[in-house]
Design a protein. Structure first.
Length: 255
C-alpha cells in the first residue's frame, strides 16, 4: 500500500502524515459526473494555458495539505453544508431574495471560512488566490474553531439559475481574483450552483450591510438570479442594507 507523505499540516502546523484535501469541496464536483456507470476523469481547461487540459479530476482537485485530524475537522463542516444544499438551499421562487432560517451558525461559518482559506494556500495557481495576511487570520479561526462575527470575512450567498429557467446551475466552478466594490474588497468563488461572495476584512465596516450575511440567529439571506444578474443583485442587497430597507426585499422571512 502506498504510504502517505509526511509533512507539515497547513492548519495545525504539526509534522504528520498528510491527506489529500479538496480545495473546492468534493460535493461541488458531483454534478459534473454521470449519475450511473463508472466515473471517468473529467477534463477542465486551465489558465493561463487555455489549450491545456487537466484530466486527473475523478474526485475533484486535491492536494496534500492537512493531517488526518484537521481533514476530519473540516469534513464536519463540509458534510453539514452538503446536506443543506441537497435539502434546503434549492430554488423555491422566482423572487430575487429570500431567507433560510435555522442554519447552524458555527458550522456554516466555519465551512465558508475553510473554503476561503483553502484557496489561499493551494499550490495550483488555477485554484489559488493570494490573500496575504488574511490567510493566517483565517487559519487561526479554523484552528480554534472560532466562527467569529458575521461581518468578519462575511460570505453573501447568491444562487445561480441556469439560463432561462429556475433550476440551479451546478456545472460552473470558478475562482475570481479579489475586486473592489462599495469601498470594500471582495472575492467571488463559484461552485455548487452558488456564488459565494466574501468580504475580505475582519473589521466592521457598516452594520447596515450585515443583513446580507448569515447572522447568529441562523438566518441566511440568499439572492437568486441568472449568472449575469449576480453582481447587480448583490449591489442592490448592499444598497438596501445601507438604506435600512433590506427586510423589505425578503418576502419569505417568517414573522
Amino acid at each position: 500500500m502506498k504510504r502517505k507523505p509526511v509533512g507539515v499540516c497547513k492548519l495545525c502546523l504539526k509534522t504528520k502524515e498528510l491527506r489529500q484535501s479538496h480545495i473546492i469541496p468534493k460535493f461541488a464536483f458531483n454534478t459534473l459526473y454521470p449519475e450511473s456507470g463508472p466515473r471517468q476523469a473529467i477534463k477542465i481547461k486551465t489558465e493561463p494555458e487555455p489549450d491545456m487540459y487537466r484530466s486527473n479530476m475523478q474526485d475533484g482537485y486535491k492536494e496534500y495539505l492537512l493531517c488526518g485530524d484537521c481533514e476530519g475537522q473540516l469534513s464536519v463542516y463540509e458534510n453539514y453544508v452538503a446536506r443543506l444544499l441537497r435539502t434546503r438551499l434549492q430554488p423555491v421562487s422566482s423572487k430575487q431574495f429570500r431567507v433560510e432560517e435555522g442554519i447552524n451558525y458555527k458550522l456554516f461559518r466555519l465551512f465558508t471560512l475553510s473554503v476561503l482559506w483553502r484557496i489561499s494556500i493551494a499550490g495550483d495557481l488555477n485554484f489559488h488566490i493570494n490573500l496575504g495576511p488574511h490567510s493566517e487570520q483565517l487559519r487561526q479561526k479554523l484552528l480554534k474553531e472560532n466562527p467569529g462575527q458575521p461581518y468578519q470575512y462575511g460570505c453573501a450567498l447568491a444562487l445561480i439559475y441556469a439560463h432561462g429557467n429556475s433550476t440551479a446551475s451546478t456545472d460552473y466552478i470558478h475562482i475570481e481574483d479579489p475586486y473592489m466594490s462599495d469601498g470594500q474588497q471582495w472575492v467571488r468563488i463559484w461552485f455548487a450552483g452558488f456564488a459565494w461572495i466574501y468580504r475580505l476584512s475582519q473589521l466592521r465596516f457598516s452594520p447596515k450591510i450585515e443583513p446580507i450575511f448569515l447572522n447568529k440567529r441562523g438566518d441566511l439571506p440568499i439572492a437568486q438570479g441568472e449568472i449575469s444578474q449576480i453582481p447587480a443583485l448583490m449591489s442592490k442587497a448592499i444598497a438596501l442594507g445601507e438604506a435600512g430597507k433590506f427586510s423589505d426585499a425578503l418576502p419569505f422571512k417568517k414573522q
